[in-house]
Design a binder for this molecule. Structure first.
Ligand code: TMP
Length: 205
């Protein structure tokens, strides 16, 4: 049986590093696995990502943003996630629909029920079995990010990012059996150990 694991968190929380470490560890054990990142991956997703992260001359409303992230997701589910899971390949996904709830729902303050509906259409029933939240104080995370070329999201206010953080925590509290919340200020090795403790049990099942 294949497993679908996602990593979530605010800017600079270190989830991409942890996703890579987990991927490498599973690969070493010859566990079939792929590592993907939202938004992006597919040809359509990459084009949409460029718009979402870097467009300066085009206005994107919060609702349009919600739909665009889900355009990328719908294609990713169809083209990559669904077929791989069906072939018994495990998936580690760096961000997924919970990012949309946190950023577009809590951050942009879109109606949470609307966000849930749109996400659910794009996900086509593929809910992660485990979601790892790397929780980090907003200021600390933003400090780690590229200040020379910040993207549209990194340019948002501290208050926006505080709402995103709060959103992730609320999601985790609402579904504790799916979420593993980790203090992202811990060392890289400690965090990797906590993640491995949980994931190794899952892959042994
Ligand atoms: P990243 O490549 O650094 O993870 O950048 C993706 C950015 O897009 C990050 O700031 C979070 C944001 N984002 C959303 O706002 N909604 C989403 O659904 C996803 C997947 C990402």
């Amino acid at each position: 049986m294949s497993h679908f694991i996602t990593l979530e968190g605010g800017e600079g929380c270190g989830k991409s590093t942890q996703a890579r470490l987990l991927y490498q560890r599973l690969k070493k054990l010859a566990v079939p696995v792929i590592l993907i990142h939202e938004p992006g991956v597919t040809a359509l997703g990459k084009r949409v990502t460029r718009l979402l992260k870097w467009s300066q001359d085009i206005k994107i409303s919060p609702l349009a943003e919600l739909l665009l992230f889900n355009v990328s997701r719908a294609q990713l589910v169809e083209e990559v996630i669904k077929p791989n899971l069906e072939q018994g390949i495990n998936i580690i996904c760096d961000r997924y629909s919970d990012s949309t709830t946190a950023y577009q729902g809590y951050g942009r303050r879109l109606d949470l029920q609307d966000v849930k509906k749109v996400n659910s259409i794009a996900m086509q029933g593929l809910v992660p079995e485990l979601t790892i939240l790397l929780d980090m104080p907003v200021g600390k995370g933003l400090e780690r990010k590229n200040k020379i070329k910040p993207d549209r999201f990194q340019k948002q206010s501290q208050a926006f990012h505080e709402r995103v953080r709060e959103g992730f925590i609320e999601l985790a509290v609402a579904e504790p059996e799916r979420w593993l919340v980790i203090d992202a200020t811990k060392s890289k090795e400690t965090i990797a150990g906590i993640i491995w403790e949980r994931v190794s049990k899952l892959v042994k099942k």
